[in-house]
Ligand binder design. Structure first.
Ligand code: PAD
Ligand code: ZN
Length: 372
């Protein structure tokens, strides 16, 4: 590997990655530079990266335009190549899944035992730049559509290199978010009912999580029949297509007129959030996972909302703790209890990342995974 100064060794390096320069424009593979890791940081050679809807949203400017240019990707697995001063949790050669939450241990949430809400999650300093000198923002503090990235060492969670990098990469975001929404955020109980709005990579992971938790009625809701077929393969006992009629009425009909104990929204639209809220039984829990754009709003009839009781909550990253949950989910994969193979719909190259977004938009994939 040549460094930016043309030599070998501990200086900056030249990497390749998919960079989004302007909102709404395609991501393009470019060379960029990465400075040597600073204290507590790790340089990681990426092996595989899932294409998550959040990358598409970021590329389209949904999270604001001030952060461009972006280094896309945040769902990755790779090998630690170099570490900065003081790093003890990983060493060069370790296979790691990258986490976008690395609790700081010191913020107001970590101090009271809620590290899954850490408000100062650890990231590397911004040491990656385009060849024309612009500082890159790696998506969610990671950046994985690339040959190499720089992260905080605490964002690196080791996994057994005997497990496939493509499947492990998905634990870095979508699968852990979905499974965690069921197990951690909603705390689904055995024998209960759940509805999942949006059966993409995240929603189908919610379905896997609800099944693992012992829910006995699991209703997948999606406007795309292909997604509903997948939902059944992951464990949905029923499916509902909102293009064929009111999904709330359909969910009530399946549940004896009551509605579900848990409703999950994994689309990111006001309309589906409203439907999820009102598809619950009394005292039911609604968990919002989908990320809406800044323009999304709806009117909430408060008397009806109050009369239903229960909980409405937002789930970031499935309320996971990566150091606890990545190894657990990897082990469940090894045991055949978590079907990550089925989530990897397509394996593509770095150059095909943009096509990965289009395939997602066309509904052809749960996850395209970029193999570097
Ligand atoms: P995806 O595009 O693979 O899946 C979205 C699904 O929603 C698709 O299958 C669509 O067909 C379906 N859909 C669209 N409109 C409707 C509708 N009206 N009713 C029912 N279904 C519909 O995306 P994904 O699974 O990668 O991500 C889903 C959302 O989760 C997205 O908003 C993403 O940004 C968010 C996310 N949140 C977190 C978090 O921490 N909260 C983490 C990762 C992803
Ligand atoms: Zn994601």
């Amino acid at each position: 590997m040549a460094d930016a100064a043309g030599g070998e060794g501990g200086g900056s390096i030249v990497a390749r990655g998919v960079i989004a320069r302007e909102p709404g424009q395609p991501g393009v593979v470019e060379e960029f530079t990465i400075d040597a890791p600073g204290p507590g940081e790790a340089l990681v050679r990426i092996l595989a990266s899932g294409v998550c809807h959040t990358d598409l949203s970021a590329k389209n400017g949904v999270f604001g335009t001030e952060w461009f240019p972006f280094l896309l990707g945040h769902e990755g697995a790779g090998v630690v190549e170099r570490v900065g001063e003081g790093v003890t949790n990983v060493a060069p050669g370790d296979h790691v899944i990258l986490a976008w939450r690395a609790p700081c241990g010191e913020c107001r949430f970590c101090r009271v035992g809620q590290p899954h809400l850490c408000a100062a999650s650890l990231n590397a300093e911004k040491r990656m730049r385009t060849m024309d000198g612009k500082t890159l923002t790696p998506i969610l503090g990671i950046g994985t559509f690339c040959t190499h990235t720089l992260v905080h060492s605490k964002q690196c969670v080791p996994y057994d290199p005997a497990l496939p990098a493509e499947q492990m990469s998905l634990l870095g975001c979508g699968v852990t978010t979905g499974v965690g929404a069921a197990l951690n955020s909603a705390d689904v109980k055995p024998g209960t009912s759940a509805a999942v709005f949006g059966c993409g990579g995240v929603g189908n992971s919610v379905i896997m999580g609800a099944k693992l938790a012992g829910a006995t009625t699991i209703i997948g809701v999606d406007i795309d029949p292909r997604k509903l077929a997948w939902a059944r393969e992951f464990g949905a006992t029923h499916t509902v297509n909102p293009t064929e009629g009111d999904p709330v009425a359909a969910i009530k009909a399946i549940t004896g007129g009551h509605g579900v104990n848990y409703a999950f929204e994994a689309v990111g639209r006001a309309e589906t959030i409203e439907q999820a809220i009102f598809s619950r039984d009394l005292a039911g829990t609604c968990v919002i996972v989908g990320v809406c754009g800044p323009e999304a709003t709806f009117e909430l009839p408060l008397a009806r909302f109050f009369d239903l009781g229960g909980n409405l909550r937002i789930s970031w990253y499935g309320d996971c703790l990566p150091t606890r949950d990545f190894p657990l989910l990897a082990e469940w994969y090894r045991q055949g209890r978590l079907d990550l193979d089925r989530v990897v719909t397509r394996v593509i190259s770095l150059e095909e990342a943009e096509e990965g977004f289009h395939a997602m938009e066309r509904g052809e994939t749960l996850r395209s995974v970029i193999r570097i």
